[in-house]
Design a protein. Structure first.
Length: 192
């Protein structure tokens, strides 16, 4: 199956590796906190906000997005406890099956960056060895992220449940998840 994927590190011929940057380590403590209840999760959120402030002052803001890691941890907790047959976001690749949507998402994510920064990000065609990747509405994830920023854990849970049950928002942005073998086929950044 031929799909599309954005990356700053891949090149043609690469076989994709789940969690190659070991970012799961940033989300897993939030999932574990939920095993101990909402109070523990809220404490992690507050600690994350504090760490965010410290890292911003140290020039390490890129790794300090506590709301992202908390949202991923919450999604993983919901998946494990309520949707175990679904692919987990923490160990999956994210693809798009529509080239026009892929191009639009590229420009939404990187259009405001300098040409030098934008040149680091490539859009690839990827050959996925999975005939049944799971289609999810990325807009629901974004809404959960916004809820976590407001410390509205119940709203975030609701969006996670909608996401894994395959529901969609009024304006869905479809991402396909898979943990199966994926090989970078062709760099199509020049078509942007």
């Amino acid at each position: 199956m031929l799909l599309y994927h954005m990356s700053q590190t891949l090149k043609c011929g690469d076989t994709m590796t789940p969690d190659f940057q070991r970012l799961n380590d940033l989300s897993e403590p939030f999932a574990q906190a939920l095993d101990h209840g909402d109070g523990c999760f809220y404490a992690m959120l507050l600690n994350g906000k504090y760490l965010y402030a410290v890292l911003c002052k140290s020039g390490l803001r890129e790794w300090s997005n506590y709301a992202k890691w908390a949202t991923e941890g919450l999604f993983e907790h919901i998946r494990r406890t309520e949707f175990p047959a679904c692919y987990g976001r923490l160990n999956s690749f994210f693809f798009y099956d529509n080239l026009d949507d892929s191009k639009r998402l590229y420009w939404e994510a990187w259009g405001d960056e300098t040409e030098e920064e934008r040149a680091k990000v490539h859009l690839f065609e990827v050959e996925l060895d999975d005939e049944m990747p799971q289609r999810r509405d990325m807009t629901l994830y974004d809404k959960a992220y916004d809820a976590i920023e407001k410390q509205d854990v119940e709203a975030a849970r609701s969006y996670a449940r909608q996401y894994f049950s395959g529901e969609q928002s009024d304006k869905p942005v479809w991402e396909l998840l898979s943990s199966k073998k994926a090989v970078v086929y062709r760099d199509i950044t020049g078509t942007l």
